[in-house]
Design a protein around this ligand. Structure first.
Ligand SMILES: [Ca+2]
Ligand SMILES: [Ca+2]
Length: 598
């Protein structure tokens, strides 16, 4: 379970001085025994990080915009040196210092975009330690894209992870979910409480072992969109999963693992979709095969039906090209989407209500107009039936950075991508305008930012790193529409941000960067007895709520928004992983690689 409450909700809660709501909705916080190998973060490391040069620790494509952020020291110039040497390859002038209110730092910008020769480099500024080593290389993001997809494989339910694919992270099969029970909240005449249903496969949602349709929706969509938008990047990619080498790109094999589970979450008797498959309580800090509590299908909801309808409509058109390998699958998915859509229109306002005996994540959402619009948009694109376009009420539908509870932006992303294949009813001017208006707002923030990113103080909500990446995804859509280079550079900046050009000087992706997240709130990474975390996962990231601090024996290094990050297993509020945070990492790393000029 992970949550990304809207910023206004965070502000409202902060104003009320009330954090209990978020504790109740977040991950458990009940199971962790802080490990002895804690990160050692403390107040002095926070001060120290303010004196470091912040840079994307992985690096840049030769033609990428390239920026580092430098503390406000007396120096007015910077150098780029070959890593570990004194050899200067470039020198430039630092910008004037400016204060970033999100981090409380006064910083300068070092721009070395003109350096394009592949190699390993560091930024050097008099009076400061040299930056982390980073690369300029034409394939600099290939391993990142592959690992961020493979993270989904590592989070698969119902499969043994074999050493030939998982290496030292091999583990026994957990959660077969072939015999789960209908919870009383989900009971119907055809399936009374206690009915045994098979619902295998799918991904564990986050640091926990449960499976939630709403969050699966946006996550699976984002992987499918990455493939729809940049197929050539994935067509020959080998992620080293059991399906590598078959006829499908691995990213689609991985998406299919979850889609097959999602199909089992639809009640064949009426088309409704169960909200989640979970235990009654969160599991302890154990490996998947050691977590054997009874599992339940809980309550059908309108949001689940609509997110399911949207994703199945997308999947139907994506898998249509694999009719030979997967006969009937595309048609089956479209039928499932239409049945869920019909159920949602008969039951338009069934909001998730947590039963008294269930204590896992809620993914509750009372605003369903965006889910209706997204499902309608995807059904329209796949079927070209004009009635779906009308149903999405385009004139009333605005664009926004997507999150699990606010999916209207996904409708615009798909409409913009398929704009040349739509029927005459679609308003092309409106589609372009919605994409550009949002991206221009993000661009304005980027222009004004002392850190040269679109992230602003109020974006530091639960899962802030996914905000950064979803902002990038929306900037990418504008670049794809009109080719204005600033959109691409601003998207690159967001990727730089999560890879180390941030106020914590940390690359938030496990296994990538010299100083990266080591102790994510992720049960397998904590319980497997292996020192390093499973690679390819992005941590939630800084946010000042610190809803977990009562259960953490290690203090957060700072209360300031952009520094409020604790690299410790206990920190489900800043250091959990989640499928809906990893999916935009896949999208953005692939998009930057595919779109940056060669
Ligand atoms: Ca494959
Ligand atoms: Ca919503």
């Amino acid at each position: 379970m992970s949550i990304t409450p809207p910023a206004n909700l965070i502000r409202m809660i902060a104003a009320l001085g009330f954090s209990g709501f978020l504790v109740a909705c977040g991950n458990d916080g009940q199971s962790s025994t802080p490990s002895a190998s804690a990160s050692g973060s403390n107040a002095s490391s926070s001060n120290a990080s303010s004196l470091l040069v912040k840079v994307n620790q992985l690096g840049f494509l030769p033609e990428s915009a390239k920026v580092a952020i430098v503390p406000d020291v007396a120096a007015t110039r910077f150098k780029l040196i070959n890593a570990g040497t004194a050899t200067e390859v470039f020198s430039g002038t630092l910008s004037a210092a400016a204060m970033w209110d999100a981090s409380g730092e006064s910083v300068k910008v070092a721009d070395f975009s003109s350096v394009k020769i592949p190699g390993d480099y560091q930024v050097r500024v008099e009076g400061l330690t040299d930056s982390q080593v980073f690369s300029i290389a034409p394939d600099v993001y290939s391993a990142l894209t592959a690992a961020s997809i493979k993270a989904f494989y590592f989070n698969r339910s119902g499969i043994e992870l074999l050493p030939e694919f998982a290496g030292k992270f091999a583990r026994p099969l957990g959660h077969p979910d072939t015999q789960v029970l209908i919870h009383p909240s989900a009971a119907s005449d055809a399936r009374p409480a206690g009915t045994v249903v098979s619902s295998p496969k799918g991904w564990y949602d986050a640091g926990d072992y449960n499976k939630y349709i709403v969050n699966s929706g946006i996550s699976t969509y984002t992987l499918l969109a990455a493939y729809e938008h940049f197929p050539s990047l994935f067509n020959n990619q080998n992620v080293i999963i059991p399906e590598s080498g078959n006829a499908l790109p691995d990213v689609l094999d991985e998406a299919l693992w979850n889609l097959e589970w999602m199909l089992t979450m639809q009640d064949p008797n009426d088309g409704g979709v169960y909200h989640k498959l979970t235990n009654k309580n969160f599991d302890g800090t154990v490996m998947p095969h050691q977590a054997t509590s009874e599992r339940y299908l809980v309550q059908k909801t309108t949001a689940a039906a609509l997110d399911f309808a949207a994703v199945m409509a997308v999947a139907s058109r994506v898998f249509a090209q694999y009719e030979t390998q997967l006969p009937g699958l595309s048609a089956k998915m479209l039928k499932a989407a239409e049945a869920a859509w019909e159920w949602a229109n008969i039951h338009p306002a069934i909001v998730y209500e947590q039963p008294a005996d269930v204590h896992t994540g809620e993914y509750g959402d009372k605003t369903l107009s965006d889910e209706f619009a997204w499902a309608a948009a995807e059904l329209y694109i796949t079927t070209r039936v004009d009635g779906y376009y009308t149903a999405l009420k385009p004139v009333d539908l605005f664009n926004s950075v997507p999150s699990w509870g606010n999916v209207q932006g996904l409708a615009w992303v798909s409409l913009a991508h398929h704009r040349n294949q739509l029927t005459a009813v679609a308003d092309q001017t409106l589609i372009a305008s919605r994409i550009k208006t949002l991206a221009d707002n993000l661009l304005s923030a980027w222009y004004a930012s002392p850190y040269k990113i679109s992230m602003e103080k109020n974006n530091f909500v639960w899962g802030s790193n996914s905000v950064a990446l979803n902002q990038a995804m929306m900037l990418v859509q504008a670049y794809r529409l009109d080719g204005k280079r600033d959109y691409l550079d601003a998207a690159q900046a967001q990727l730089d941000y999560v890879l180390g050009r941030n106020a914590t000087d940390t690359s938030f992706v496990t296994g990538f960067g010299k100083k990266s997240t080591l102790h994510p709130h992720h049960r397998p990474s904590e319980a497997d007895g292996i020192a390093e975390p499973i690679p390819g996962f992005i941590a939630g990231g800084p946010q000042p709520g610190q809803q977990d601090k009562a259960g953490c024996q290690t203090a957060y290094p700072s209360t300031i928004a952009a520094k409020s990050y604790l690299d410790h297993y206990c920190s489900y509020a800043s250091n959990e992983i989640a499928i809906n945070w990893n999916a935009p990492l896949v999208y953005v790393s692939a998009a930057i690689a595919a779109l940056t000029p060669k």
